[in-house]
Design a protein around this ligand. Structure first.
Ligand SMILES: [Zn+2]
Ligand SMILES: [Zn+2]
Length: 271
């Protein structure tokens, strides 16, 4: 059975009691299905945007998402309307980000914010493939338009793997999961690419031993590269781009460790 990126033909991971894997009928699977059905009876699946029953993001809300037009978006920082001259970054002055392109799907307001918060902070982890599908749609549209280097902003065949900006230790402790890991895994599956878990957060050092600038960097909990990325072209995924500092720092690290190129993608962008 064929499905679109939102899995509508199966109606599986968008809602209902279906499980995201195939029809394995082992004891664990049966227990999971019973537990899932019980949870569905107690807490029926509803659209996170309009509360309609049955799915996590209903067709009407999906079709009404305030997509950025990739045609007019800034290829450097992902802001809408920045194609000719971007007010959000210095692309028009040649100040290019470390990533070769940045693709953002939605503004961080209303639907974009609701999707991100429902997933990250309201504990609706089943939204991971939905968010991945939204990002895949934006990437698909961006593939028709050039990055600063003249090549397509996105071309899955040119990429080796998907990686993600890891959650801060505080966020991980608060939520109990790394929110971009599941999204990145789903997105990697949709794009036919492997997931490369190559970025990590180092242990925060004792601030008292650090100078002023080191304290700032330490407080920001910068990431470190923990895998071999030599020669790899990577898709770097995060949920939100605000200033772009996290995304740029990760891209810079990956390139410094030998990555060939980094293409950035986020669900939402401040605008
Ligand atoms: Zn809805
Ligand atoms: Zn820009």
């Amino acid at each position: 059975m064929s499905t679109n990126l939102f899995g509508e033909a199966s109606g599986d991971w968008l809602g209902g009691v279906g499980l995201p894997h195939g029809p394995r009928i082992g004891a664990r699977s049966l227990v999971s299905r019973v537990a899932s059905a019980a949870a569905e009876l107690a807490w029926p699946t509803r659209c996170v945007l309009c509360d309609a029953p049955g799915v996590l993001l209903c067709k009407r809300c999906r079709e009404g998402l305030p997509w950025f037009s990739q045609r007019w978006a800034c290829p450097n920082c992902g802001a809408p309307f920045g194609w000719v001259s971007c007010t959000e970054c210095g692309a028009s002055r040649g100040e290019l980000w470390e990533s070769r392109a940045c693709v953002c799907a939605l503004p961080l307001a209303d639907a974009g914010r609701a999707l991100a918060l429902s997933y990250k902070d309201a504990g609706e982890r089943r939204l991971a493939p939905v968010i991945a599908a939204v990002m895949a749609c934006a990437l698909d549209e961006a593939s028709a338009w050039p990055a600063a280097d003249g090549a397509a902003r996105f071309d899955a065949s040119e990429l080796d793997a998907v990686c993600f900006v890891p959650a801060t230790r505080a966020a991980y402790a608060r939520r109990g999961f790394d929110h971009m890991e599941d999204v990145s895994r789903s997105l990697a599956g949709m794009l036919g690419l492997p997931l490369a878990d190559v970025l990590a957060r180092p242990e925060a050092q004792d601030q008292r031993r650090l100078g002023r600038e080191e304290r700032f960097a330490n407080a920001a909990c910068s990431t470190i590269v923990v895998g071999d990325v030599t020669g790899c072209s990577l898709l770097l995924v995060d949920d939100v781009v605000t200033t772009g500092a996290s995304m740029r720092a990760c891209a810079r690290d990956l390139l410094a460790h030998g990555a060939d190129s980094v293409t950035a993608c986020a669900l939402a962008r401040t605008w």
